[in-house]
Design a protein around this ligand. Sequence first.
Ligand code: COA
Length: 150
Amino acid sequence: MLFKSYQQLYENLRDFAVYEENGQVLGCVGLTIIWSDLSEVRSLAVDKVAHGRGIGRELTQWAIGEARRLHIRRIMSLTYEKKFFEKLGFVVVEKDSLPLKVWSDCVACPKRDDCDEIAMVYTLQDVPAVVGPIARPSPKGIRFPIIPED
Ligand SMILES: CC(C)(COP(=O)(O)OP(=O)(O)OC[C@H]1O[C@@H](n2cnc3c(N)ncnc32)[C@H](O)[C@@H]1OP(=O)(O)O)[C@@H](O)C(=O)NCCC(=O)NCCS
């Protein structure tokens, strides 16, 4: 899992849920808002002793429910666990189809030019698509969001 400072953990605490059993935390997940129609499942992890019990599924479904509550149509994941996310209805997409993600986070990541994670997306068909600001390619290929002026 990626390193997080305490400051980052506190700052993003409201994005998170944990799975607790008899006072013991067995798993966690976060749902972060990326854009008007895009959120991200982050920091999904289940304690090794509890793998295969449906906890990862339950945590991911919590994150999907949060996106629905917030009316965010698409939920993305950058992952190595393709089969797990496929079982939950995520589909593989080109990383380039997620330009805002590239802009917001990946720009600062040491793996950005050689990222081996798989980009996957779950679409909430019951949440209407919104027309929002678009992202535009920059000369270096990195896309920046353009906020239209009134
Ligand atoms: C990926 C992870 C969260 C799965 O958690 P889990 O609680 O063991 O998964 P679940 O028991 O909820 O599994 C749900 C389904 O996915 C399947 N599954 C789980 N992990 C799988 C894997 N690595 N490969 C294929 N299928 C997998 C299960 O068999 C189950 O299928 P079923 O519904 O047909 O029985 C867990 O392995 C983990 O914490 N891994 C390390 C951290 C990590 O890689 N996180 C993802 C970051 S994006």
